[in-house]
Design a protein around this ligand. Structure first.
Ligand SMILES: Nc1ncnc2c1ncn2[C@@H]1O[C@H](COP(=O)(O)OP(=O)(O)OP(=O)(O)O)[C@@H](O)[C@H]1O
Ligand SMILES: [Mg+2]
Length: 407
């Protein structure tokens, strides 16, 4: 009789021997991973030149203006900022110009403290990873920069995460510390894919941070095709993919707003699926399977990371629409939401806050909130969930606070 253990070993052996035959489609898998920065960024010459012009003063010892970079997701903001700062750092090093170029992603860092730690590490200052007050860390950094006349450019990517969690005090301090740092200086580059984020900044920080502003427009499907073709040449073996597969990846990623990340992700996942199947060539079928997988993962990820009240609002809208479609006005959803809050012991937010959450859920594509005008009876929002109860419940069941609301 074959034991389970033997069977497992057989399956693993088959997988390994396939891999050992070396029939791989990828020649450089890294080139399709999300943190890869390509040497060449087509269609971003204007933006790259503008950033270079804004930052170039650092090469003759002057403080560059602060810069705010905007643009929807996958429009090349991170890639461009990393590309330019690496190039600048190389030039500065070659010419023996004293300067620091530090990159930090606020979402990854998570806290103000950790963001400042990245800055401290970048300038060569030792700070304990916990335990100090944020203001203390900041003043140690400023003191160190003054003492050593450090000229620094600090890139804070996904800066909106920091503002949303902590407000803009730290940004205020960072952008108004020139006397405390002089003769050194600190220029900030903030990057965000949230076009509304600037409105959340106080007026004083807004004007300081956006001395210069740059917008990254979405790519057209045609542009995505060129980008993807270049990337495929670096990442995949010749003959390991069809032109039709590349075209399909580009068309599928260009249909919403020209998102290069989605195009690159699609190609990578399609390649992995093709390889796992043992195919010799990545074709359109693999791209379609990859698309399904990406969409499912994206929805689950969006649901998982929602704040608790947004989860309850979404659930309320799903339950409301199950009862009767005429009832899915925002008022009805709010009543349902309050009822669910009571069951979890949470205090319900005001209708205004809930209305804001509905707009956010709409932006994420999890529901649509269309304004309906009832003439002199006023206006309301008609709420239509865009995901099924089955999909939501699968994710929410693992959330201890609301799992008992699933029925
Ligand atoms: N012009 C380009 N040429 C080649 N690759 C590009 C180009 N623009 C973007 N990419 C690639 O697309 C992917 C997404 O780009 P990037 O991470 O820079 O987007 P982003 O604008 O920072 O998006 P987000 O706002 O979501 O952070 C990366 O793999 C990047 O290398
Ligand atoms: Mg980015």
């Amino acid at each position: 009789m074959i034991s389970d253990q033997d069977r497992d070993r057989d399956t693993l052996d088959t997988i390994f021997s396939k891999a050992l035959q070396g029939r791989t489609l990828f020649k450089n898998h890294k080139a399709l991973q999300s943190d890869f920065v390509p040497d060449h960024l087509p269609f971003r010459n204007t933006q790259l030149s503008s950033i270079a012009e804004i930052l170039a003063p650092i090469l003759h010892g002057s403080k560059p203006s602060n810069l705010l970079i905007y643009g929807k997701t996958g429009t090349g903001k991170t890639a461009a900022a990393r590309h330019i700062t690496t190039k600048l750092a190389q030039t500065a090093q070659k010419k023996r110009i004293d300067s620091n170029f530090i990159y930090c992603n606020a979402r990854m860092s998570g806290t103000e403290y950790r963001t400042l730690c990245e800055l401290a590490i970048g300038i060569g200052l030792k700070i304990p990873f916990t335990g100090l007050a944020v203001t203390e860390v900041l003043s140690r950094i400023q003191h160190f920069m003054k003492q050593h006349s450090l000229k620094t450019i600090f890139v804070i990517d996904e800066i909106d995460y920091l503002i949303r969690a902590y407000g803009d005090d730290l940004l205020y301090d960072l952008t108004s510390s020139s006397d405390k740092i002089s003769p050194g200086f600190l220029s900030l580059i903030g990057i965000s894919n949230d076009l509304q984020f600037k409105e959340e900044l106080g007026a004083r920080v807004q004007s300081r941070l956006s001395e210069e502003e740059l917008v990254f427009p979405p790519y057209s499907a045609e542009e995505l095709r060129t980008i993807l073709n270049e990337r495929a040449t670096v990442a995949l073996n010749t003959k390991a993919y069809t032109t039709a597969a590349i075209n399909l990846c580009s068309a599928l990623s260009g249909s919403e707003h020209g998102d290069a990340r989605r195009a690159v992700d699609l190609l990578r996942i399609a390649g992995e699926i093709a390889e796992r199947e043992g195919s010799d060539q990545l074709d359109e079928r693999h791209v379609r399977i990859a698309l399904q997988k990406i969409d499912q993962d994206r929805v689950s990820e969006a649901l998982k990371t929602l704040p608790i009240h947004a989860k309850i609002v979404l659930l309320a809208s799903i339950y409301s629409s199950q009862n009767d479609s005429t009832h899915s006005s925002s008022g009805f959803v709010y009543d349902k939401y309050s009822e669910l809050c009571k069951k979890t012991g949470l205090e319900a937010l005001t209708t205004r806050r809930v209305s804001g959450l509905l707009t956010e859920l709409d932006t994420l594509g999890l529901l649509t909130a269309a304004v309906v005008n009832y003439g002199r009876y006023g206006r309301t929002k008609k709420i239509t969930p865009q995901i099924s109860f089955a999909v939501a419940s699968k994710v929410f069941e693992s959330d201890d606070t609301i799992k008992h609301l699933i029925h």
